[in-house]
Design a protein around this ligand. Structure first.
Ligand SMILES: [Zn+2]
Length: 277
C-alpha cells in the first residue's frame, strides 16, 4: 500500500542507529534492503504482520477498509514508540459471508492459515524475536488463533491482537448499541472518517436502513445461536448499526485509546517476558 508516502511527509519516527552511526529511518520491511533487514529484524521487539480483508463495507466505505485501517494502526503503533518493523499487509481474509456483495475476495480458511504461517515461518528463519499479528477483520479471528497456538507450540513467539477490541468500550463515545453493530457501522465509519476521510463516500452514509439482528433476545440479553454466514440476512446495503452516528471526533478518541491500550499491553508483556526469562 504505502499510503503514507505521498500524503504524509513528516519525518519517519523509527530511527535505528547502526554501528557506523548511519540513521536508518525506515520501518516497513518492504522498504529495507536485505542487509538492513538482516540487522533490524533481529533487533526489533516485534515484527508486525497486518492482516485485513478485501470485502464490502456498505455503500459508503471502500473494499479496502479492513486492510487499510489495519496498516494505519500499525504505522501509528510504531510512530508512538513501538520498536517494530511492519511486514507487508495481507489484504485478504476469510470473507465468505460477504461474497454476495460484488468486489469481495475471500480466502478459504486453509489458504489464510497457510499464507500467514509461511510469512511467520520466513520471519523466524531470519531470526526475529517475536511476531505480532495485527488483525483487522472478525472473519479471520478463529484461523489466526489456531495458527498462533500451533506456532507457539513449536516454540515460535507469536501474538495476535484484534485491534478494534482495544477501545475499552465505545458506549461513552458513540452511545449504547441501538441496532446491532460491528461492521461498516458507526464504529468503523468513525475509524474511516478519522484515518482515511478521502475514501469515505459521505453522501452515501446510510441514514434509514433496515438491519435484522440475528441474535435472540432473552430478557434484554442478546445471544447468538448460529454464526453469520450470509451478510445479506442482516442488511441489504451491507452496513449495520447506525453509520450516520459516526464522526471524526469519535474516530480520533477510539484510535487514541486503541493505540494507548495496545502499547501499554505490549510494554507490560515485554516486561513480563524479560523477568520470566
Ligand atoms: Zn471492517
Amino acid at each position: 500500500m504505502g499510503s503514507d508516502s505521498t500524503r504524509d511527509r513528516k519525518v519517519l519516527i523509527y530511527v535505528l542507529q547502526n554501528r557506523e552511526g548511519l540513521a536508518l529511518t525506515r520501518y516497513y520491511l518492504g522498504d529495507l534492503t536485505w542487509e538492513e533487514a538482516e540487522k533490524m529484524l533481529k533487533e526489533v521487539d516485534f515484527v508486525l504482520v497486518p492482516i485485513g480483508s478485501t470485502e464490502q463495507h456498505g455503500p459508503h466505505l471502500p473494499l479496502c477498509t479492513d486492510y487499510a485501517l489495519t496498516e494505519m494502526i500499525c504505522k501509528k503503533l510504531v510512530e508512538d514508540g513501538l520498536n517494530a518493523i511492519i511486514a507487508p499487509t495481507v489484504a485478504y481474509g476469510c470473507s465468505e459471508h460477504h461474497m454476495r456483495f460484488p468486489g469481495t475476495i475471500s480466502l478459504k480458511e486453509d489458504s489464510l492459515y497457510n499464507l500467514v504461517r509461511d510469512i511467520c515461518d520466513s520471519l523466524f528463519e531470519h531470526g526475529v524475536k517475536r511476531v505480532l499479528i495485527v488483525n483487522g477483520h472478525g472473519g479471520n479471528r478463529e484461523v489466526l488463533q489456531i495458527l498462533a497456538r500451533d506456532l507457539l507450540s513449536e516454540g515460535k513467539e507469536v501474538l495476535v491482537v484484534n485491534w478494534w477490541e482495544f477501545t475499552g468500550g465505545v458506549e461513552d463515545v458513540l452511545g449504547a448499541e441501538t441496532v446491532i453493530r460491528g461492521h461498516a457501522c458507526e464504529i468503523e465509519t468513525s475509524f474511516a472518517l478519522c484515518l482515511m476521510p478521502e475514501k469515505v463516500r459521505k453522501d452515501k452514509i446510510p441514514k434509514d436502513h433496515e438491519v435484522r439482528d440475528p441474535r435472540i433476545d432473552i430478557d434484554g440479553e442478546k445471544v447468538s445461536l448460529k454464526p453469520i454466514h450470509d451478510w445479506k440476512e442482516l442488511s441489504e446495503d451491507g452496513s449495520i448499526g447506525v453509520p450516520s452516528r459516526g464522526s471524526v471526533e469519535a474516530g480520533e478518541e477510539m484510535i487514541k485509546r486503541i493505540t494507548d491500550h495496545l502499547l501499554k499491553a505490549l510494554k507490560k508483556y515485554l516486561e513480563r517476558s524479560s523477568t520470566s526469562s
